[in-house]
Every structure is written in C-alpha cells, then in structure tokens.
Design a protein around this ligand. Structure first.
Ligand code: MSP
Length: 664
C-alpha cells in the first residue's frame, strides 16, 4: 500500500518563516523515512491563494492577485528547495485541477442536501480566515492574532449542515482512535464534539477573489472550504480517477494545532457528506516558539528559515527541528540553542566519530576493512535493537525519539571504541583479527546511524555513508538487513560540521529581535571537547539544598537563559536504594519512551516503591554526574519543607502532560 502524506498549504501573503518551515521539514522527514523503508510514497505541499490577505497584499503591491501569487510561488519553492524538502507535487488553489475538484465536491455536498441559504452576522478574523464567536475572543481579538481586530460582517451566505455530522464524527473517532493524533489533540476535539456542532457559513458574497459556487456564481467558496479540498484535488479528484484511486485516502495530513479543528471536524464532515473516504490520520503538531510566543509573522516573532540554514547548513537546522522539539508538542528555537546543539550533537559527537573511524581505518588498515572473522560484537546487537525501536518510533511519528535513538547508537559506538581501545590492539600483532573486528563494527555502526539520521539530514548522511564505504542514499532499513558484514573501503574527509566558536561568549542572545547573532563557524582543533565532562563528586544533587532563598531578591535570569534549562515530565519506572548512602536513591525514569537513570537525594523522605508510577519533573539537560558510583543523567525537582526534607514536584494531570512534556 502506498503512503500519501500532505502538509497544510501556506497563505502566500508573506514569506515562509521557521514555524511554517518546521511543518514542512518534519513532514519531509516522515516522507523520506517511508521512502527509505521501500514504501511507495507521495508527498504533497502547496499554496493557499484565495485568502483576503493575499488579495490585499497584491493590491498594496499594485499587482494582479494571480501575478502576486506567481511571484510568491517562486519564493516558497526556493525556500523549500533550500531546505531540501522532497515533495512530489506542489498544488496551488488557483490551478484548474483544484477549481475542478472544488466544483465537483461542493456540488456533491449540495446534492446531498447539506447546503442551505441563510444570513451570517458575526465576527470574522481575516488572519485566521475564520468566523469567530464572542467566546473565542480575548480582549476583543482572536487569541492567535491579538494585534488585529476581527471584522463584524453581515451577509447572505450558504451554510453547511455541519451539525448533522456530530454523531457520525464521534462514531468515527470512537472506531478509529488513530484518526487524530497526538492524544492530547484528540481529547480536545472529542470535548468540542461532545459540546455539539453548529452549521457553518461556507461562502462569501461581494468578493471576486475565490472559486465561484457552481450553483450561485455571485458567491465564492469560503477560503477554508476551498483550501481543504486541495488534498483530494492534488491526487486527481474530479480530474483523474486512476490517480485518485492510487493515492486516496491520504495516510496522514500534517498540520499545526491551530488548524486541527478544520481538519478533523469540518474536512471529514465534508467528505462524509460527499461520500468520499476519510483520510486515515490527521497529526496536529505543536508550535515553534520564539521567546515563549508562537513564531508568527503577524506577531513579529518570526525567524527566517533561510538565514538559519545559511548560518549552519540546512541539515543541522532540520536536525534541530526534528530532534529538539518533541513532535506533537510546542518547542523553542533560539539561535543560541541551535548553535549549542550543533556543537554538541554534530561537531563534537557525530562529526568527531565519523572522523575518528575513518582515520583509524586508514591508520591501521589503509582504509580497507575486510569482512572480519568471528561473530559480531555486542555493538551489532545494540544496533539491531536501536533500529527496531527507531522503526516503531518513526512509524508512530515520534520523530524526536527516532533521532534520539540514532544518537544512542552514536554514543554506544563511542563507548565501544573507548572500551576496546583499538590503539592498544594495534600495538599487539596477535590481536590483529580483534582489531579488524573492532574497526569493522564501529564503521558498520556509524553506517547504520547515518541511515537512521538520513531522513533528517539527507545530504550530510549521504556523505557519511560514502565515507563509510557505501554508495548513495539508503533504500532499506529493515531490521533484518540492519547489520552488514560486507567488506568496504572507508574515505577520509574534511570535518562534516566544523565547531562554532563564539568570539565573545558574553552577550549570547540579543533579546530584542530574532536575527542570527555573532557566532563564527570556524574550524577548531578542539575535537576532544566532545568528551563528556563528568563530575565525579559523591555529593547528592541539589534536591537536598535546605535553606530557602528570599524569592524577590538576587539577580534575575533572562527568559532565554531560563529556556536553556530543559524541564520535562518523567514517569518513574523503578527506584532502589544506593548501597552505603542514606540520602540517595537510584531512580529509573521514562522520558518520552527513553529510559534514563538519575540519582536523587530523597531517600529520607520517600520509600523507593512509593515512587514507581509517579510523574515527576526533571532537569533533562543537566550534565551527567557520578554520585556514589552511579551515573546520574538529570535531576529530579523537589521543594524543601521547613525541616529540610525534600518534597517532590509532581504533575497534576499526567494524562494531559505525559512523560516527555516540556515544563516552563
Ligand atoms: N492556509 C492555511 C492552511 C490551509 S490547509 C488546507 C494556513 N496557512 S498558514 O500559512 O497560516 O500556516 C501553514 C501551517 O504552518 C499551518 O499548519 C500552521 O499551523 C503552521 N504554522 C504556522 N506558524 C507556526 C509555528 N510557529 N509553529 C509551527 N507551525 C506553525 O493555516
């Protein structure tokens, strides 16, 4: 079966920003992953052109709207090309195939008796292109567009009997739990449906910019009713039956959480009315934030994705967006974190490993690694296990977890090198075959890591695969084929991701605006900076700090500095005392499907068994530390009672804020 996926189509009144680019990048990662698994895939994106904002912007520029849209098509296509977005088709709502599909579908809805004439009087937010009720407004404005007052409109419209579809929609949600993901979005929509649905206005009068209603050419189709139809128009609805049969229904529509309602209430009701099969799934992703707010052109909080791609390269940007923001939740972008992540993950870790493996292969074996004797090491078993978990994560669109798993394999490979010490084996001629094995195993592990990361970093991973002796992009990551024992020749090369040096580390981020700041991407010899800095004191973590500080005194931290501390919800899986310690417990927690161990100074206040199953808050990006010989990867947050005992911070509603949820 094929895999047809789509993104939302963008309004073209302004250029793409990093928030809209985020959606396209993550959808591209999904598309590339499915192609890599050998599934026939069809990935469609496009532009939403019949909006009033587009019309107004064209008029401001003194252009015919279609000429303006043509210009903007190039702007969008250029941006997506720069970010390496591999769509198979790009649809514009002014194309003939789209007009044909709109006319056909709207006529079928009318034939089903689901359209009637009425009068609409109420608010309309032009930025959302949506009718609003008083209860939807905050201080008289739509909460997503607080800088622009909605218009009060009164006009004769055609209405769609949306109310008729409440029960069929609820039944569909019930029988198809996968229809709307992630779970938090599904719950929101279920609550909305349970509250009842009202009919909606689906035409506008007095406007020329839009698609005329087939049975009333004096009205145009409401822009959302028009835009949603792009998903079937792009695969031939009303124009190419064979194409439509080949790809429809879509496996997934990837859209932002602000427009989930249109996609999971209005769109399926339209399809039900017209007798067209529903898409299998709608995935409502979160927002990219800038300084705590939705990144948005109208809010003045947008970052130019092209500037970000120019700064460190499209692949590092794609990796940041995929790995650092849990797909389905909101996440932050700051230049500082982007650069930090680049240094940590790419320059210091992965880039360093690729280089080390190729250099060792050349130093000890002239680059040629023959199929080694004996069975593969534990690294092979680890790689297969990682690939298995990666596939589950990626199939469920847990993209951030998929990327984190690839880096687990990178870490395991680094550990394997440290444990086996190839440089020592190289000094012992009788260990020649053991050295062959190590060199081969680490090269193979790096190859697999490159395959797993390829959907997010296609061009750098293709280069990694070449350096590891492969030829071109991956076509298969099936678990069975994960580990290969084929001989290969490794290629050395310049660092894939030169480390960035900040000439002046002081003013890390200018809080006044979203432009890139003064970091220099320079070559550095400090590749050893990759070694994790592991403090080895036996002191318990700060959960035990007793004396409360006065709250209103002392220096303040900037919001950006605060965001550097990654607080996340974690679910306790297991806890046990640490021998010879009265204060410390070894606690295993789950953070969005990935287990980690922490050491917490809470033994005096909590029995280990009483912790299991609780949802706590942890600092997820604290440097690792060894406490009483146990490695602690993070810190559990606790308040301190007047006697100096820790009191854990727990989560009020662990279903609403599941393990991995960001806390701020
Ligand atoms: N044209 C409509 C969609 C019609 S789909 C039939 C629209 N366009 S948009 O240009 O405003 O947004 C396009 C997509 O980008 C939407 O899915 C929206 O949620 C997403 N994003 C816009 N800002 C965003 C962030 N700051 N972060 C993540 N996604 C964001 O809505």
């Amino acid at each position: 079966m094929g895999f047809y996926l789509t993104t939302a189509i963008d309004y073209v009144n302004s250029r793409p920003h990093l928030g809209t680019a985020y959606e396209k990048v993550t959808a591209d990662v999904i598309a590339r992953y499915h192609r890599m698994c050998g599934t026939p895939t069809w990935f469609v994106m496009g532009n939403d052109e019949h909006s009033q904002n587009v019309y107004q912007r064209a008029k401001e520029r003194g252009l015919d709207p279609i000429a303006f849209c043509d210009e903007m098509e190039k702007v969008f296509r250029d941006a997506w090309a720069k970010l390496d977005i591999s769509f198979d088709d790009f649809i514009r709502t002014t194309e003939d195939r789209h007009r044909a599909a709109v006319s056909t579908l709207v006529q079928r809805i009318a034939d089903a008796g689901d359209l009637y004439e009425g009068e609409y009087e109420g608010w309309y937010c032009v930025s959302c292109e949506a009718f609003k009720q008083d209860k939807d407004l905050v201080d008289g404005c739509c909460p997503v567009h607080p800088t622009r007052k909605p218009d009060w409109i009164k006009e004769k419209n055609h209405f769609f009997r949306l109310s008729r579809y409440r029960d069929p929609l609820l039944a569909h949600y019930e029988s198809h739990p996968e229809f709307l993901q992630p779970e938090v979005r599904r719950n929101e929509m279920l609550r909305l449906l349970e509250g009842g649905l009202e009919d909606i206005s689906v035409s506008r009068t007095g406007q020329s910019w839009g698609i005329p209603l087939p049975f009333d050419p004096s009205s145009v189709v409401y822009v959302w009713f028009d835009a949603l139809i792009n998903y079937i128009a792009a695969v031939g609805y009303g124009t190419d039956d064979a194409l439509f049969a080949k790809w429809w229904p879509a496996q997934v529509h990837i859209v932002g959480k602000d427009i989930t309602r249109f996609h999971t209430v209005v769109w399926p009701a339209m399809l039900m009315s017209a007798g067209v099969e529903l898409p299998t799934q709608v995935f409502g992703h979160g927002w990219v934030h800038w300084q705590g707010q939705k990144m948005s052109k109208s809010l003045g909080t947008s970052v130019d994705p092209l500037e970000a791609a120019d700064r460190l390269g499209p692949d590092p940007l794609r990796l940041y967006l995929t790995k650092e923001i849990a797909f389905g939740q909101d996440g932050d972008f700051t230049w500082e974190r982007f650069e930090e992540q680049y240094n940590v993950d790419l320059a210091n870790n992965l880039g360093n490993l690729v280089n080390r493996v190729a250099v060792m292969a050349h130093k000890y074996r002239d680059g040629r690694l023959t199929s080694p004797e004996g069975t593969a090491s534990a690294l092979a078993t680890r790689a297969e296990e990682v690939v298995g978990r990666y596939r589950v994560a990626m199939d469920e669109h847990r993209l951030h977890l998929g990327m984190a798993l690839a880096f687990e394999l990178v870490d395991a490979t680094n550990e394997h090198i440290a444990r086996t010490e190839p440089w020592t084996l190289a000094r012992q001629p009788e260990q020649a075959s053991a050295l062959d094995r190590v060199l081969f195993d680490v090269a193979e592990a790096v190859r697999i890591a490159a395959v797993l990361l390829w959907p997010a970093m296609p061009s750098s991973c293709t280069e990694m695969l070449r350096r590891m002796g492969g030829d071109g992009p991956p076509t298969d990551v099936s678990v069975d084929a994960a580990w290969s024992e084929q001989a290969r020749t490794l290629i050395k090369g310049a660092p894939l991701w030169p480390r960035i040096e900040r000439p002046d580390p002081e003013p890390a981020e200018d809080a006044s605006g979203p432009g890139p700041k003064g970091a220099e991407r320079t070559m550095s010899n400090e590749s050893d900076a990759s070694a994790p800095q592991v403090p080895t004191g036996d002191e318990p973590p700060p959960a035990e700090t007793p004396a409360p500080e006065p709250v209103d005194e002392g220096p303040r931290v900037s919001f950006d500095d605060f965001l550097k501390v990654e607080l996340r919800v974690a679910r306790v899986r297991a806890a046990e005392p640490i021998p010879k310690s009265k204060k410390l417990l070894k606690v295993t927690v789950d953070v969005d499907g990935v287990e980690r161990t922490l050491v917490a100074g809470i033994a005096r206040a909590y029995e280990p068994d009483a912790l299991v199953g609780r949802s706590v808050v942890i600092v997820a990006n604290l440097e690792k530390a060894k406490l009483m010989g146990v490695e602690s990867n993070g810190m559990i947050l606790a308040a301190t009672d007047p006697d100096g005992n820790p009191v854990l911070l727990t989560v009020d509603d662990p279903e609403a804020a599941p393990s991995g949820a960001r806390v701020r």
